[in-house]
Design a binder for this molecule. Structure first.
Ligand code: COI
Length: 355
């Protein structure tokens, strides 16, 4: 494995106060970058001062969106250590997304080393206030200048870091979600399972249409019958009905969230009834009307656990749990953030200390 070459920045940017942090607006002093060519494979892994990229305007990324990304976080513990949460899962998923987008695999050990070395260099940027963290955004872009539709011969794998606060302006308070009936995000056989830019670009229109009505995001239904629940734009989704926690089963068009699988593992560990299965909007609305829908919440790296206080569908709205955070969502939020920030024991060995 080629060693990572490090060039440190001579200056450090000023850091925003922890209580002023938004999501993804400021970036740290350094970035990781590595090139790919068909002749050399992945080569020249390096950490350099954070800087703009120079790319040919014909680069495939700009025209056909051949790109993938990941999202994970680093947290500061009360002892002053910096911890990552299940980073190997993100690196594995990066390669699954790469497969789908015809991007060459990246050595997982090197990708993990790139993440930990970069975070270690910019350790001072990990914020300490409750609900804050250092968001890590690895991504791959296709850089070959070519207007034919074909997999690129050249790529760059880049990692940037951003100290962040809560993803939603509501923080950990319940968000309002609108169920989307017109547009779809993905279909089985499409790219829904991959973490690729086009899925998010495809979601903007629907989100824009509901944003001015006070909805934080839309909830996507399946692309065929528009009946079954898939996910919310930046998180997977869970419903507690009659004491059972239900989340849509992975079907090829839903993103396999790292927080989603951690939630399922925690609930099983707590002996909560939990199932991954098809669940329709009809079923959720009927349960709500009969007083059997006890909680709804989303899970994601950026969003952590985000309670859903209101759901609107076909002109009707239901308020979930009186618009308040439910007990299961609260317990999951406290446990996950407790493990992530080292304030609670980590019985599953999910966290990794960055030296
Ligand atoms: C994450 O949760 O890290 C995501 O990738 C969602 C992102 C689109 C903000």
């Amino acid at each position: 494995m080629e060693p990572i070459k490090i060039t440190k920045s001579r200056t450090s940017k000023s850091k925003p106060a922890d209580d002023k942090l938004e999501f993804g607006r400021v970036f740290t002093d350094h970035m990781f970058i590595m090139d790919y060519s068909t002749e050399k494979g992945w080569h020249e892994p390096r950490i350099i001062p954070y800087q703009p990229l120079t790319l040919d305007p014909a680069s495939i990324i700009f025209h056909y969106g051949q790109t993938v990304f990941e999202g994970l976080k680093a947290y500061l513990t009360p002892d002053g250590d910096v911890k990552l949460f299940r980073p190997e899962k993100n690196v594995q998923r990066l390669n699954r997304s790469n497969d789908r987008l015809c991007i060459p695999h990246i050595d997982e050990t090197l990708a993990l080393e790139a993440i930990t070395t970069l975070v270690s260099i910019d350790k001072d940027w990990v914020p300490s206030a409750e609900g804050t963290s250092l968001y890590i955004r690895p991504f791959v872009i296709s850089t070959e200048p070519y207007l034919g539709v074909a997999p690129s011969q050249n790529y760059q794998f880049i990692i940037i870091l951003s100290p962040v606060g809560a993803y939603y302006k509501e923080g950990i308070n319940p968000v309002k979600i609108a169920v989307e009936n017109e547009f779809v995000r993905a279909v089985a056989g499409g790219t829904g399972e991959a973490k690729t830019a086009g899925n998010y670009a495809a979601s903007l229109k629907a989100q824009e249409m509901v944003a001015d009505k006070g909805y934080a995001q839309v909830l996507w239904l399946d692309g065929v019958e528009k009946k079954y629940i898939e996910e919310v734009g930046s998180m997977n989704v869970f419903f507690k009905i009659d004491g059972e926690v239900i989340t849509p089963a992975l079907n090829g068009s839903i993103l396999e969230g790292v927080t989603r699988s951690s939630v399922i593992e925690l609930l099983k560990d707590w002996d909560y009834p939990v199932s991954e299965r098809k669940i329709s909007m009809q079923e959720v609305f009927e349960a709500a009307k009969q007083g059997r829908l006890e909680e709804a919440f989303g899970s994601g790296t950026a969003a952590v656990i985000s309670p859903i206080g209101e759901l609107s569908w076909e002109g009707e709205s239901i308020v979930v749990n009186h618009g308040e955070t439910g007990a299961v969502a609260k317990q999951l939020y406290d446990t996950l953030t407790g493990i992530q920030t080292g304030k609670q024991p980590d019985p599953f060995n999910w966290t990794v200390i960055v030296e």
